[in-house]
Design a protein. Structure first.
Length: 349
């Protein structure tokens, strides 16, 4: 016991010395990152590089990249370890587009937080593929359609064709054609025969360099003209129904052109105009033409200059006069023209 008591002061002094001069413990923190260059860049791949500092916590990282500054694609996630020193990391990305500038940056995270590096760029080798813009339909009939679009050759001879069909799966395509090498867009068109009347078709333009990947434009659609063209039903409502005096009289007629084929979009079928006539006996008093709106409705104002019929003798009571309202649709490629139909009448007192 005496020996232990004698050694105790020395032991305490040693422990105090160790506590005072021992290295302090380092708390784990968010990672640090720095985007580096891209190596081994080919037509379709590149090795993206960076440094990651885990700051003492298990840290994972990946690269964000894409053909615009919005990036949009990420590489596979990998571990940067849990050390305190920065480590060099790398990810090889593939499936890139030749001749294209790419943006990329490093991203790392651990239990304490995350960090994103600055955005850098590199350009893949080779020539960029062509691009295609699907255009509208230049002409249309019951069984044919002329499809249009723009082809961007990107400096090489380019083959193009149109896919088409009753669904977005298409299933049919036109015979391939070609445009010469160049940098300016080229307007192209192909007439497709043998289509089904009154049907909706989808189509898109496709462009391709020899041996390269195909580039497709957006999906678009059209509807062929029906055969036979259906006859629409007309409605009309005229206000006021009764007017008094000798004139002038102003009436407003509104109505609809009802398409019997529900498959035809109104914006296609509801074109053209209606002719509205006010008739007394066999005499047409006034005629007005009104365009048909995209929702298949029409509105027209009609003014009668004076009251029709025989003049009333002085001292006699004026007899009411009924004026018939006739409506006729002029027709279009989707709906047949109608004859004049008596759909309403107004009374003049």
């Amino acid at each position: 016991m005496k020996r232990w008591n004698a050694a105790l002061p020395a032991l305490v002094a040693t422990l105090m010395f160790a506590a005072l001069f021992a290295a302090p413990a380092i708390a784990a923190g968010s990672p640090t990152v720095a985007t580096a260059g891209a190596n081994d860049v080919t037509d379709t791949s590149a090795a993206l590089q960076a440094t990651v500092g885990p700051n003492g916590a298990p840290t994972t990282y990946y690269f964000e990249y894409g053909p615009t500054s919005a990036l949009g694609t990420i590489s596979g996630s990998a571990s940067a370890g849990s050390g305190t020193a920065s480590v060099a990391v790398q990810s090889t990305v593939s499936g890139l587009i030749p001749g294209t500038t790419y943006y990329y940056r490093i991203y790392a995270s651990n239990s304490s937080g995350a960090a994103t590096g600055t955005t850098k760029t590199f350009k893949t080798g080779g020539t960029p593929p062509p691009s295609a813009t699907t255009g509208g339909v230049a002409s249309l009939s019951t069984t044919t359609a002329t499809l249009t679009g723009l082809v961007y050759p990107q400096g090489q001879p380019t083959t193009y064709y149109f896919r088409y069909g009753l669904t977005t799966a298409y299933g049919l395509q036109t015979e391939p054609d070609s445009v010469a090498a160049g940098t300016a867009p080229v307007t192209v068109s192909i007439t497709v025969p043998g289509l089904q009347p009154g049907a909706t078709f989808h189509y898109q333009l496709v462009a391709q360099h020899s041996g390269g990947a195909a580039s497709a434009g957006a999906d678009m659609s059209f509807e062929t003209f029906p055969s036979p063209v259906p006859l629409p039903t007309l409605t009309v409502s005229t206000t006021p129904l009764t007017a008094s005096g000798s004139g002038p009289f102003t009436f407003t007629s509104t109505g609809t052109v009802v398409n019997p084929s529900s498959s035809t979009p109104p914006q296609l079928a509801c074109t053209g105009s209606v002719v509205i006539g006010f008739v007394y006996g066999r005499k047409t008093l006034v005629v007005a033409t009104a365009p048909v709106a995209a929702n298949c409705t029409y509105t027209a104002s009609v003014t009668l200059a004076r009251r029709p019929g025989p003049r009333t003798k002085r001292g006699h009571k004026r007899k009411p006069v009924r004026v018939a309202v006739y409506v006729r649709f002029t027709g279009n490629n989707y709906l047949a023209a109608t004859g004049a139909r008596r759909l309403a009448s107004v009374t003049l007192r």
